[in-house]
Design a protein around this ligand. Structure first.
Ligand code: NAP
Ligand code: MG
Length: 497
Protein backbone atom coordinates (compact mmCIF):
# COMPACT_ATOMS: atom_id res chain seq x y z
CA UNK A 1 0.00 0.00 0.00
CA UNK A 2 1.45 3.37 -1.01
CA UNK A 3 0.64 5.80 1.72
CA UNK A 4 1.29 9.26 2.95
CA UNK A 5 1.93 9.49 6.71
CA UNK A 6 -0.68 12.24 6.91
CA UNK A 7 -3.33 9.81 5.70
CA UNK A 8 -2.17 6.91 7.81
CA UNK A 9 -2.74 8.31 11.26
CA UNK A 10 -6.12 7.44 12.67
CA UNK A 11 -7.92 10.76 13.07
CA UNK A 12 -8.09 11.85 16.71
CA UNK A 13 -11.82 12.27 16.10
CA UNK A 14 -12.14 8.46 16.19
CA UNK A 15 -11.27 8.18 19.87
CA UNK A 16 -13.61 5.31 20.69
CA UNK A 17 -16.29 7.56 22.19
CA UNK A 18 -19.89 7.66 20.97
CA UNK A 19 -20.00 10.59 18.54
CA UNK A 20 -22.48 13.17 19.75
CA UNK A 21 -24.80 15.50 17.83
CA UNK A 22 -24.49 19.27 17.61
CA UNK A 23 -27.56 21.06 18.97
CA UNK A 24 -27.56 24.70 20.07
CA UNK A 25 -23.76 24.89 20.16
CA UNK A 26 -23.41 21.84 22.42
CA UNK A 27 -22.47 18.21 21.81
CA UNK A 28 -25.29 16.05 23.07
CA UNK A 29 -26.37 12.42 23.10
CA UNK A 30 -29.69 11.38 21.64
CA UNK A 31 -32.53 12.03 24.12
CA UNK A 32 -33.56 8.39 23.87
CA UNK A 33 -29.95 7.36 24.56
CA UNK A 34 -29.67 5.34 21.37
CA UNK A 35 -26.70 5.13 19.01
CA UNK A 36 -25.84 3.32 15.78
CA UNK A 37 -22.67 1.95 14.22
CA UNK A 38 -20.79 3.19 11.20
CA UNK A 39 -18.37 0.94 9.31
CA UNK A 40 -15.41 1.11 6.96
CA UNK A 41 -16.69 -0.28 3.65
CA UNK A 42 -13.20 -1.38 2.54
CA UNK A 43 -12.59 -3.61 5.55
CA UNK A 44 -15.92 -4.07 7.33
CA UNK A 45 -14.34 -2.63 10.51
CA UNK A 46 -16.46 -0.73 13.00
CA UNK A 47 -15.32 2.91 13.01
CA UNK A 48 -17.52 4.47 15.66
CA UNK A 49 -20.88 4.52 17.36
CA UNK A 50 -22.87 7.64 16.58
CA UNK A 51 -25.78 9.25 18.43
CA UNK A 52 -29.07 8.19 16.84
CA UNK A 53 -31.17 11.33 16.85
CA UNK A 54 -34.90 10.96 16.27
CA UNK A 55 -37.95 13.22 16.18
CA UNK A 56 -37.36 14.50 19.73
CA UNK A 57 -33.81 15.57 18.94
CA UNK A 58 -34.87 17.13 15.65
CA UNK A 59 -37.46 19.17 17.55
CA UNK A 60 -34.78 20.47 19.92
CA UNK A 61 -32.47 21.31 17.00
CA UNK A 62 -35.24 23.12 15.10
CA UNK A 63 -36.15 25.10 18.21
CA UNK A 64 -32.49 26.10 18.63
CA UNK A 65 -32.25 27.07 14.96
CA UNK A 66 -35.44 29.16 15.29
CA UNK A 67 -34.15 30.96 18.41
CA UNK A 68 -30.86 31.72 16.69
CA UNK A 69 -32.66 32.94 13.57
CA UNK A 70 -35.02 35.25 15.47
CA UNK A 71 -32.25 36.24 17.88
CA UNK A 72 -28.61 37.16 17.49
CA UNK A 73 -28.05 35.69 14.01
CA UNK A 74 -30.66 37.99 12.45
CA UNK A 75 -28.54 41.02 13.29
CA UNK A 76 -25.33 39.67 11.72
CA UNK A 77 -24.38 41.91 8.82
CA UNK A 78 -23.37 40.39 5.47
CA UNK A 79 -19.69 41.15 6.10
CA UNK A 80 -19.86 39.46 9.49
CA UNK A 81 -21.41 36.36 7.92
CA UNK A 82 -18.80 36.49 5.20
CA UNK A 83 -16.00 36.55 7.78
CA UNK A 84 -17.42 33.52 9.56
CA UNK A 85 -17.72 31.55 6.33
CA UNK A 86 -14.16 32.51 5.38
CA UNK A 87 -12.99 31.34 8.78
CA UNK A 88 -14.76 28.04 8.18
CA UNK A 89 -13.07 27.79 4.76
CA UNK A 90 -9.67 28.32 6.41
CA UNK A 91 -10.36 25.60 8.95
CA UNK A 92 -11.60 23.17 6.28
CA UNK A 93 -8.42 23.87 4.33
CA UNK A 94 -6.23 23.46 7.42
CA UNK A 95 -7.86 20.11 8.28
CA UNK A 96 -8.41 19.03 4.69
CA UNK A 97 -6.28 15.85 4.84
CA UNK A 98 -8.00 14.71 8.03
CA UNK A 99 -11.45 15.37 6.55
CA UNK A 100 -10.50 13.39 3.43
CA UNK A 101 -9.33 10.49 5.62
CA UNK A 102 -12.68 10.53 7.42
CA UNK A 103 -14.54 10.48 4.07
CA UNK A 104 -12.38 7.56 2.91
CA UNK A 105 -12.79 5.61 6.14
CA UNK A 106 -16.53 6.13 6.32
CA UNK A 107 -17.55 5.74 2.68
CA UNK A 108 -14.54 4.49 0.72
CA UNK A 109 -13.67 7.42 -1.58
CA UNK A 110 -10.06 7.07 -2.85
CA UNK A 111 -7.93 9.63 -1.08
CA UNK A 112 -5.63 9.95 -4.10
CA UNK A 113 -8.55 11.69 -5.83
CA UNK A 114 -10.23 13.54 -2.98
CA UNK A 115 -6.97 15.13 -1.93
CA UNK A 116 -6.82 16.80 -5.35
CA UNK A 117 -10.23 18.38 -4.80
CA UNK A 118 -9.11 20.82 -2.10
CA UNK A 119 -9.65 23.82 -4.34
CA UNK A 120 -13.08 22.59 -5.39
CA UNK A 121 -14.19 22.05 -1.78
CA UNK A 122 -12.55 25.01 -0.06
CA UNK A 123 -13.08 27.23 -3.11
CA UNK A 124 -16.75 26.48 -2.95
CA UNK A 125 -16.97 27.63 0.69
CA UNK A 126 -15.10 30.82 -0.25
CA UNK A 127 -17.48 31.34 -3.16
CA UNK A 128 -20.45 31.35 -0.75
CA UNK A 129 -18.58 33.69 1.57
CA UNK A 130 -18.43 36.15 -1.33
CA UNK A 131 -22.14 35.61 -2.00
CA UNK A 132 -22.98 36.77 1.53
CA UNK A 133 -22.09 40.29 0.36
CA UNK A 134 -23.82 39.94 -2.98
CA UNK A 135 -27.47 39.83 -1.95
CA UNK A 136 -29.46 42.44 -3.85
CA UNK A 137 -33.09 43.30 -4.03
CA UNK A 138 -34.36 45.84 -6.55
CA UNK A 139 -36.18 49.11 -6.62
CA UNK A 140 -39.18 49.44 -8.92
CA UNK A 141 -40.52 52.60 -10.51
CA UNK A 142 -44.09 52.80 -9.25
CA UNK A 143 -47.12 53.72 -11.38
CA UNK A 144 -49.40 54.18 -8.39
CA UNK A 145 -51.14 57.52 -7.88
CA UNK A 146 -49.29 59.60 -5.31
CA UNK A 147 -45.73 59.25 -4.08
CA UNK A 148 -44.50 55.73 -3.52
CA UNK A 149 -41.19 54.03 -3.00
CA UNK A 150 -41.52 50.43 -4.20
CA UNK A 151 -38.94 47.74 -3.83
CA UNK A 152 -38.42 44.00 -3.81
CA UNK A 153 -36.31 43.04 -0.83
CA UNK A 154 -34.43 39.78 -0.33
CA UNK A 155 -34.67 38.18 3.09
CA UNK A 156 -33.39 34.86 4.45
CA UNK A 157 -36.04 32.18 4.31
CA UNK A 158 -35.45 31.15 7.93
CA UNK A 159 -34.79 27.69 9.35
CA UNK A 160 -33.47 25.23 6.77
CA UNK A 161 -33.52 21.45 7.07
CA UNK A 162 -30.65 20.02 5.01
CA UNK A 163 -30.70 16.28 4.29
CA UNK A 164 -27.66 14.82 2.52
CA UNK A 165 -26.56 11.48 1.05
CA UNK A 166 -23.36 9.57 1.78
CA UNK A 167 -21.54 9.75 -1.55
CA UNK A 168 -19.58 12.94 -0.93
CA UNK A 169 -20.00 13.76 2.76
CA UNK A 170 -17.46 16.58 3.11
CA UNK A 171 -18.46 18.46 -0.02
CA UNK A 172 -22.20 18.07 0.60
CA UNK A 173 -21.84 19.25 4.21
CA UNK A 174 -19.75 22.35 3.60
CA UNK A 175 -21.86 23.40 0.64
CA UNK A 176 -25.16 23.11 2.51
CA UNK A 177 -23.77 24.96 5.54
CA UNK A 178 -22.01 27.79 3.75
CA UNK A 179 -24.85 28.66 1.39
CA UNK A 180 -27.32 28.78 4.28
CA UNK A 181 -25.01 31.06 6.26
CA UNK A 182 -24.42 33.28 3.23
CA UNK A 183 -28.17 33.82 2.90
CA UNK A 184 -28.56 34.50 6.64
CA UNK A 185 -30.48 31.29 7.40
CA UNK A 186 -29.93 28.83 10.23
CA UNK A 187 -29.93 25.13 9.63
CA UNK A 188 -30.41 21.62 10.92
CA UNK A 189 -28.37 19.16 8.88
CA UNK A 190 -29.09 15.43 8.84
CA UNK A 191 -26.15 13.44 7.45
CA UNK A 192 -26.64 10.01 5.88
CA UNK A 193 -26.48 7.13 8.32
CA UNK A 194 -23.76 5.47 6.18
CA UNK A 195 -21.34 8.39 6.48
CA UNK A 196 -22.02 10.69 9.44
CA UNK A 197 -18.42 11.18 10.63
CA UNK A 198 -17.15 13.96 8.36
CA UNK A 199 -20.31 16.06 8.81
CA UNK A 200 -19.95 15.82 12.62
CA UNK A 201 -16.27 16.78 12.42
CA UNK A 202 -17.23 19.78 10.25
CA UNK A 203 -19.64 20.68 13.08
CA UNK A 204 -16.63 20.98 15.39
CA UNK A 205 -14.96 23.28 12.88
CA UNK A 206 -18.12 25.42 12.74
CA UNK A 207 -17.87 26.01 16.49
CA UNK A 208 -14.14 26.69 16.21
CA UNK A 209 -14.91 29.25 13.49
CA UNK A 210 -17.12 31.08 15.99
CA UNK A 211 -20.47 30.39 14.34
CA UNK A 212 -22.97 31.21 17.11
CA UNK A 213 -24.93 28.46 18.93
CA UNK A 214 -28.04 27.23 17.12
CA UNK A 215 -27.01 28.56 13.71
CA UNK A 216 -25.60 25.20 12.58
CA UNK A 217 -27.10 22.07 14.15
CA UNK A 218 -26.22 18.53 13.07
CA UNK A 219 -28.55 15.68 13.98
CA UNK A 220 -27.17 12.27 13.06
CA UNK A 221 -29.79 9.56 12.71
CA UNK A 222 -31.98 7.69 10.27
CA UNK A 223 -34.04 8.95 7.38
CA UNK A 224 -37.31 7.35 8.45
CA UNK A 225 -37.17 9.00 11.87
CA UNK A 226 -34.94 12.10 12.02
CA UNK A 227 -35.19 12.89 8.29
CA UNK A 228 -38.95 12.38 8.19
CA UNK A 229 -39.50 14.64 11.22
CA UNK A 230 -37.35 17.38 9.73
CA UNK A 231 -39.32 17.21 6.47
CA UNK A 232 -42.67 17.36 8.26
CA UNK A 233 -41.67 19.86 10.98
CA UNK A 234 -44.08 22.82 10.97
CA UNK A 235 -41.34 25.26 11.99
CA UNK A 236 -38.86 24.39 9.22
CA UNK A 237 -39.13 26.88 6.35
CA UNK A 238 -37.20 25.00 3.68
CA UNK A 239 -35.80 21.56 2.98
CA UNK A 240 -32.63 21.35 0.91
CA UNK A 241 -32.49 17.71 -0.06
CA UNK A 242 -29.86 15.72 -1.93
CA UNK A 243 -30.53 12.03 -2.45
CA UNK A 244 -32.63 9.56 -4.40
CA UNK A 245 -35.90 10.46 -6.11
CA UNK A 246 -37.71 7.84 -3.97
CA UNK A 247 -36.82 9.76 -0.82
CA UNK A 248 -37.34 13.08 -2.60
CA UNK A 249 -40.95 12.12 -3.32
CA UNK A 250 -41.54 11.27 0.36
CA UNK A 251 -40.06 14.60 1.42
CA UNK A 252 -42.19 16.53 -1.06
CA UNK A 253 -45.30 14.89 0.41
CA UNK A 254 -44.21 15.41 4.02
CA UNK A 255 -43.30 19.04 3.41
CA UNK A 256 -46.86 19.87 2.33
CA UNK A 257 -47.78 20.20 6.02
CA UNK A 258 -46.61 23.82 6.08
CA UNK A 259 -45.95 24.32 2.36
CA UNK A 260 -42.17 24.45 2.76
CA UNK A 261 -39.89 25.83 0.13
CA UNK A 262 -37.93 22.93 -1.37
CA UNK A 263 -34.86 22.21 -3.40
CA UNK A 264 -34.40 18.68 -4.69
CA UNK A 265 -31.05 17.40 -5.97
CA UNK A 266 -32.00 13.90 -7.03
CA UNK A 267 -30.58 11.02 -9.03
CA UNK A 268 -29.99 10.44 -12.71
CA UNK A 269 -29.28 8.09 -15.56
CA UNK A 270 -27.22 10.45 -17.65
CA UNK A 271 -26.37 9.94 -21.34
CA UNK A 272 -22.78 10.29 -22.51
CA UNK A 273 -22.68 10.54 -26.32
CA UNK A 274 -19.51 9.63 -28.20
CA UNK A 275 -19.36 10.64 -31.87
CA UNK A 276 -16.96 8.91 -34.25
CA UNK A 277 -15.11 12.19 -34.87
CA UNK A 278 -14.20 12.64 -31.18
CA UNK A 279 -10.62 12.65 -29.94
CA UNK A 280 -10.81 9.05 -28.76
CA UNK A 281 -7.62 9.23 -26.69
CA UNK A 282 -9.43 11.79 -24.53
CA UNK A 283 -12.91 10.30 -24.83
CA UNK A 284 -11.89 6.81 -23.63
CA UNK A 285 -10.66 7.85 -20.17
CA UNK A 286 -13.31 10.59 -20.08
CA UNK A 287 -16.17 8.18 -20.71
CA UNK A 288 -14.74 5.57 -18.34
CA UNK A 289 -14.28 8.03 -15.46
CA UNK A 290 -17.69 9.59 -16.15
CA UNK A 291 -18.98 6.44 -14.45
CA UNK A 292 -16.09 4.82 -12.55
CA UNK A 293 -15.29 7.95 -10.55
CA UNK A 294 -16.20 7.31 -6.89
CA UNK A 295 -17.15 3.73 -7.88
CA UNK A 296 -20.08 5.10 -9.86
CA UNK A 297 -21.61 6.61 -6.73
CA UNK A 298 -22.08 9.96 -8.41
CA UNK A 299 -25.48 11.43 -9.12
CA UNK A 300 -24.56 12.69 -12.61
CA UNK A 301 -22.53 9.60 -13.67
CA UNK A 302 -22.61 9.15 -17.46
CA UNK A 303 -23.85 5.58 -17.28
CA UNK A 304 -25.71 5.41 -20.61
CA UNK A 305 -22.79 5.50 -23.00
CA UNK A 306 -24.13 6.06 -26.54
CA UNK A 307 -21.41 5.30 -29.09
CA UNK A 308 -21.66 6.01 -32.83
CA UNK A 309 -21.88 2.64 -34.58
CA UNK A 310 -18.75 3.11 -36.74
CA UNK A 311 -16.54 3.11 -33.62
CA UNK A 312 -18.75 1.09 -31.26
CA UNK A 313 -16.69 -2.11 -31.11
CA UNK A 314 -13.35 -0.36 -30.82
CA UNK A 315 -14.51 2.25 -28.33
CA UNK A 316 -16.30 -0.19 -26.04
CA UNK A 317 -13.24 -2.46 -26.05
CA UNK A 318 -10.98 0.48 -25.13
CA UNK A 319 -13.23 1.69 -22.31
CA UNK A 320 -13.40 -1.89 -21.01
CA UNK A 321 -9.62 -2.16 -21.16
CA UNK A 322 -9.29 1.13 -19.26
CA UNK A 323 -11.68 -0.21 -16.61
CA UNK A 324 -9.94 -3.56 -16.32
CA UNK A 325 -6.63 -1.80 -15.62
CA UNK A 326 -7.98 0.44 -12.88
CA UNK A 327 -6.58 -0.23 -9.43
CA UNK A 328 -9.44 -1.20 -7.17
CA UNK A 329 -8.76 -1.29 -3.45
CA UNK A 330 -8.75 0.45 -0.10
CA UNK A 331 -9.16 4.18 -0.69
CA UNK A 332 -6.41 4.98 1.83
CA UNK A 333 -3.86 3.59 -0.64
CA UNK A 334 -2.69 6.51 -2.76
CA UNK A 335 -2.52 4.24 -5.82
CA UNK A 336 -6.17 3.23 -5.56
CA UNK A 337 -8.30 4.56 -8.40
CA UNK A 338 -11.57 2.98 -7.33
CA UNK A 339 -12.67 2.16 -3.79
CA UNK A 340 -15.47 -0.01 -2.40
CA UNK A 341 -19.21 0.60 -2.52
CA UNK A 342 -20.46 2.34 0.59
CA UNK A 343 -22.40 -0.51 2.23
CA UNK A 344 -23.44 -4.13 2.02
CA UNK A 345 -26.92 -2.89 0.95
CA UNK A 346 -25.37 -0.99 -1.93
CA UNK A 347 -23.24 -4.03 -2.78
CA UNK A 348 -26.37 -6.19 -3.00
CA UNK A 349 -28.16 -3.58 -5.06
CA UNK A 350 -25.33 -3.26 -7.58
CA UNK A 351 -24.65 -7.01 -7.85
CA UNK A 352 -28.40 -7.55 -8.39
CA UNK A 353 -28.18 -5.17 -11.38
CA UNK A 354 -25.15 -7.10 -12.68
CA UNK A 355 -27.30 -10.25 -12.69
CA UNK A 356 -30.29 -8.45 -14.18
CA UNK A 357 -28.10 -7.12 -17.02
CA UNK A 358 -26.88 -10.60 -17.86
CA UNK A 359 -30.40 -12.05 -17.64
CA UNK A 360 -31.64 -9.32 -19.97
CA UNK A 361 -29.05 -10.41 -22.55
CA UNK A 362 -26.31 -7.82 -22.07
CA UNK A 363 -22.71 -8.97 -22.13
CA UNK A 364 -20.16 -7.87 -19.51
CA UNK A 365 -16.99 -7.12 -21.47
CA UNK A 366 -15.17 -6.46 -18.23
CA UNK A 367 -16.21 -6.84 -14.58
CA UNK A 368 -19.67 -8.24 -13.99
CA UNK A 369 -19.15 -9.82 -10.58
CA UNK A 370 -18.13 -8.66 -7.13
CA UNK A 371 -14.52 -9.17 -6.07
CA UNK A 372 -14.07 -11.66 -3.24
CA UNK A 373 -10.45 -12.84 -3.23
CA UNK A 374 -8.21 -11.99 -0.29
CA UNK A 375 -8.76 -8.58 1.28
CA UNK A 376 -11.55 -7.83 -1.23
CA UNK A 377 -13.76 -10.39 0.53
CA UNK A 378 -13.96 -8.18 3.63
CA UNK A 379 -15.14 -5.12 1.74
CA UNK A 380 -17.85 -4.18 -0.74
CA UNK A 381 -15.83 -4.30 -3.94
CA UNK A 382 -17.28 -4.41 -7.45
CA UNK A 383 -14.87 -3.90 -10.37
CA UNK A 384 -15.42 -1.46 -13.24
CA UNK A 385 -18.04 -3.10 -15.43
CA UNK A 386 -18.91 -2.41 -19.06
CA UNK A 387 -21.98 -4.01 -20.60
CA UNK A 388 -22.37 -4.21 -24.37
CA UNK A 389 -25.38 -5.45 -26.36
CA UNK A 390 -27.51 -3.16 -24.26
CA UNK A 391 -30.82 -1.87 -25.57
CA UNK A 392 -32.67 1.21 -24.35
CA UNK A 393 -35.48 -0.71 -22.68
CA UNK A 394 -33.28 -2.86 -20.42
CA UNK A 395 -33.42 -2.07 -16.72
CA UNK A 396 -29.64 -1.48 -16.67
CA UNK A 397 -30.21 1.26 -19.27
CA UNK A 398 -33.17 2.85 -17.48
CA UNK A 399 -32.60 2.68 -13.72
CA UNK A 400 -29.98 4.41 -11.61
CA UNK A 401 -27.56 1.70 -10.43
CA UNK A 402 -25.22 3.96 -8.43
CA UNK A 403 -22.31 1.62 -9.03
CA UNK A 404 -19.40 1.28 -11.52
CA UNK A 405 -21.55 -0.01 -14.36
CA UNK A 406 -21.57 1.41 -17.92
CA UNK A 407 -24.26 0.41 -20.41
CA UNK A 408 -22.78 0.82 -23.91
CA UNK A 409 -25.40 1.41 -26.61
CA UNK A 410 -24.76 1.99 -30.36
CA UNK A 411 -26.44 4.77 -32.38
CA UNK A 412 -26.49 5.95 -36.00
CA UNK A 413 -27.72 9.55 -36.34
CA UNK A 414 -27.81 12.80 -34.39
CA UNK A 415 -31.62 13.03 -34.27
CA UNK A 416 -31.92 9.45 -33.16
CA UNK A 417 -29.36 9.72 -30.35
CA UNK A 418 -30.86 12.96 -29.04
CA UNK A 419 -34.31 11.38 -28.94
CA UNK A 420 -32.97 8.26 -27.18
CA UNK A 421 -30.79 10.25 -24.76
CA UNK A 422 -33.89 12.19 -23.71
CA UNK A 423 -36.06 9.10 -23.36
CA UNK A 424 -35.59 8.88 -19.59
CA UNK A 425 -37.49 10.22 -16.59
CA UNK A 426 -34.24 11.82 -15.38
CA UNK A 427 -32.31 14.89 -16.52
CA UNK A 428 -29.27 15.60 -14.37
CA UNK A 429 -26.11 15.35 -16.49
CA UNK A 430 -25.01 14.53 -20.00
CA UNK A 431 -21.90 14.46 -22.16
CA UNK A 432 -21.09 15.04 -25.82
CA UNK A 433 -17.71 14.06 -27.32
CA UNK A 434 -16.92 15.39 -30.79
CA UNK A 435 -14.46 17.65 -32.62
CA UNK A 436 -17.35 19.34 -34.46
CA UNK A 437 -18.22 22.47 -32.48
CA UNK A 438 -21.49 23.05 -34.31
CA UNK A 439 -22.69 19.52 -33.65
CA UNK A 440 -21.55 19.71 -30.02
CA UNK A 441 -23.52 22.90 -29.52
CA UNK A 442 -26.69 21.63 -31.20
CA UNK A 443 -26.71 18.34 -29.32
CA UNK A 444 -25.87 19.98 -25.99
CA UNK A 445 -28.80 22.38 -26.44
CA UNK A 446 -31.21 19.55 -27.22
CA UNK A 447 -30.36 17.32 -24.25
CA UNK A 448 -32.93 17.85 -21.54
CA UNK A 449 -30.75 17.94 -18.44
CA UNK A 450 -29.38 20.45 -15.96
CA UNK A 451 -25.74 20.12 -17.02
CA UNK A 452 -24.17 19.09 -20.34
CA UNK A 453 -20.41 18.69 -20.65
CA UNK A 454 -18.67 18.82 -24.03
CA UNK A 455 -15.37 16.93 -24.30
CA UNK A 456 -15.30 16.72 -20.51
CA UNK A 457 -17.36 15.12 -17.75
CA UNK A 458 -18.01 15.64 -14.04
CA UNK A 459 -16.07 18.90 -13.85
CA UNK A 460 -17.70 21.35 -11.46
CA UNK A 461 -17.17 25.06 -10.90
CA UNK A 462 -18.63 26.75 -7.79
CA UNK A 463 -19.84 29.66 -9.93
CA UNK A 464 -21.83 27.44 -12.29
CA UNK A 465 -25.34 26.23 -11.40
CA UNK A 466 -25.90 22.49 -10.95
CA UNK A 467 -29.24 20.70 -10.72
CA UNK A 468 -31.84 18.63 -12.45
CA UNK A 469 -34.55 18.62 -15.09
CA UNK A 470 -37.51 16.26 -14.78
CA UNK A 471 -37.24 13.65 -12.00
CA UNK A 472 -33.68 14.70 -11.22
CA UNK A 473 -35.25 17.47 -9.19
CA UNK A 474 -35.47 21.25 -9.07
CA UNK A 475 -33.48 24.10 -7.63
CA UNK A 476 -29.83 24.80 -8.36
CA UNK A 477 -26.67 24.41 -6.30
CA UNK A 478 -23.67 26.53 -7.20
CA UNK A 479 -23.73 29.94 -8.77
CA UNK A 480 -25.78 32.93 -7.72
CA UNK A 481 -28.94 30.87 -8.29
CA UNK A 482 -28.06 28.76 -5.28
CA UNK A 483 -28.22 31.55 -2.71
CA UNK A 484 -31.54 32.63 -4.15
CA UNK A 485 -32.98 29.24 -3.14
CA UNK A 486 -32.45 30.33 0.49
CA UNK A 487 -34.04 33.77 0.12
CA UNK A 488 -37.56 35.13 0.19
CA UNK A 489 -38.74 38.11 -1.83
CA UNK A 490 -40.65 40.82 0.03
CA UNK A 491 -42.43 43.64 -1.74
CA UNK A 492 -42.16 46.97 0.05
CA UNK A 493 -44.74 49.58 -0.99
CA UNK A 494 -44.10 52.75 0.96
CA UNK A 495 -46.36 55.77 0.68
CA UNK A 496 -43.99 58.70 1.01
CA UNK A 497 -46.69 61.44 0.83
P1 NAP B 1 -31.31 8.37 -0.09
O1 NAP B 1 -31.50 6.97 0.29
O2 NAP B 1 -32.41 9.09 -0.77
O3 NAP B 1 -30.89 9.13 1.24
C1 NAP B 1 -30.53 10.49 1.25
C2 NAP B 1 -30.80 11.07 2.62
O4 NAP B 1 -32.21 11.07 2.87
C3 NAP B 1 -30.17 10.28 3.76
O5 NAP B 1 -29.71 11.19 4.73
C4 NAP B 1 -31.33 9.46 4.25
O6 NAP B 1 -31.19 8.99 5.57
C5 NAP B 1 -32.46 10.46 4.13
N1 NAP B 1 -33.79 9.87 4.15
C6 NAP B 1 -34.16 8.59 3.89
N2 NAP B 1 -35.49 8.43 4.03
C7 NAP B 1 -35.99 9.63 4.39
C8 NAP B 1 -37.29 10.11 4.68
N3 NAP B 1 -38.36 9.33 4.63
N4 NAP B 1 -37.43 11.42 5.00
C9 NAP B 1 -36.36 12.24 5.03
N5 NAP B 1 -35.11 11.84 4.79
C10 NAP B 1 -34.90 10.55 4.47
O7 NAP B 1 -30.05 8.52 -1.03
P2 NAP B 1 -28.60 7.90 -0.80
O8 NAP B 1 -28.68 6.44 -1.05
O9 NAP B 1 -28.04 8.39 0.49
O10 NAP B 1 -27.78 8.63 -1.97
C11 NAP B 1 -27.81 8.22 -3.29
C12 NAP B 1 -28.80 9.05 -4.11
O11 NAP B 1 -28.52 10.43 -4.00
C13 NAP B 1 -28.70 8.73 -5.58
O12 NAP B 1 -29.99 8.65 -6.13
C14 NAP B 1 -27.97 9.94 -6.14
O13 NAP B 1 -28.17 10.16 -7.50
C15 NAP B 1 -28.49 11.03 -5.29
N6 NAP B 1 -27.58 12.19 -5.31
C16 NAP B 1 -27.94 13.32 -5.99
C17 NAP B 1 -27.09 14.42 -6.05
C18 NAP B 1 -27.45 15.67 -6.79
O14 NAP B 1 -26.80 16.69 -6.58
N7 NAP B 1 -28.45 15.67 -7.67
C19 NAP B 1 -25.84 14.36 -5.40
C20 NAP B 1 -25.51 13.20 -4.74
C21 NAP B 1 -26.38 12.12 -4.68
P3 NAP B 1 -30.53 7.53 5.79
O15 NAP B 1 -29.10 7.74 5.59
O16 NAP B 1 -30.84 7.13 7.16
O17 NAP B 1 -31.13 6.61 4.77
MG1 MG C 1 -19.53 4.14 7.05
Amino acid sequence: MTTNPKFNAKPAFLDGSVKKMLIDGRWVEAKAGRSFETFNPATGELLARVAEGDAEDVDLAVAAARRAFEGPWRSFKPNQRQNLILKLADLVSQHYEELCVLDTLDMGMPIGRSIQNRERVVGSVRYYAAQAMNIHGETIESSLDGEFFTAALKEPIGVVGAIIPWNSPLFATVKKISVALAAGCTLVLKPAEEAPLTPLRVGELCLEAGIPPGVVNIVSGFGETAGARLSAHPDVDKIAFTGSHFTGQKIIRASAVNVKKLSMELGGKSPNIIFADANLDKAVPGAAMATFNNAGQICCAGTRMYVERAIYDEFVARVAEFGSKMRVGNGLDLQTQMGPLVSTEQLTRVTDYLKIGQQEGAEAVTGGQRLTEGAFGKGNFVPPTVFRNVSDNMRIAREEIFGPVISAIPFDTVDEVVQRANDTPFGLGGGVWTRDVGKAHKVARRIRSGTVWVNAYNVMDPSVPFGGYKMSGFGREGGVHHVDEYLQTKALILNTD
